[in-house]
Design a protein around this ligand. Structure first.
Ligand code: 5GP
Ligand code: ZN
Length: 118
């Protein structure tokens, strides 16, 4: 079973306020903050406060609502940040999915091109 908080996890430390972040949204279950190394003019990460490693650790029965809320938050935040011309969402999972931080996060990236090549 996954612990709700992993003391060695960088995003759990952000949730706990032990590492600073530029927050854009917070509620009981979710936190969103600016990525420290943005790939786009606006790049935010939406994470569950609970330590869930990746989508592999979710089930439709248990996590449908949480995952739906993470995705639904993306356009709200992008609009708040002035992104009106389009944005991308991405969730990397596991080593072959190029996930570097093993705490589930949804990237929302937008702003004027040409950052979004390919
Ligand atoms: P991944 O490759 O796991 O999908 O993406 C992890 C993301 O987390 C990267 O875009 C990286 O820049 C971001 N990141 C890593 N450490 C920190 C941090 O301490 N603070 C913030 N705000 N973002 C981080
Ligand atoms: Zn964590």
């Amino acid at each position: 079973m996954t612990a709700r908080h992993d003391p060695n996890c960088i995003f759990c430390k952000i949730v706990a306020g032990q590492i600073p972040s530029r927050k854009v949204y917070e509620d009981d279950d979710l936190l969103a903050f600016h990525d420290i190394a943005p790939w786009a003019p606006q790049h935010v990460l939406v994470i569950p406060k609970e330590h869930i490693e990746s989508l592999y650790d979710t089930t439709p029965e248990q996590h449908q609502a949480l995952l739906g809320r993470m995705l639904a938050l993306a356009p709200v935040l992008m609009k708040q940040l002035g992104v009106t011309g389009g944005f991308r969402v991405l969730v990397n999972n596991g080593p072959d999915g190029r996930q570097e931080v093993p705490h589930l996060h949804l990237h929302a990236m937008g702003g004027p091109r040409p950052w979004a090549k390919g």
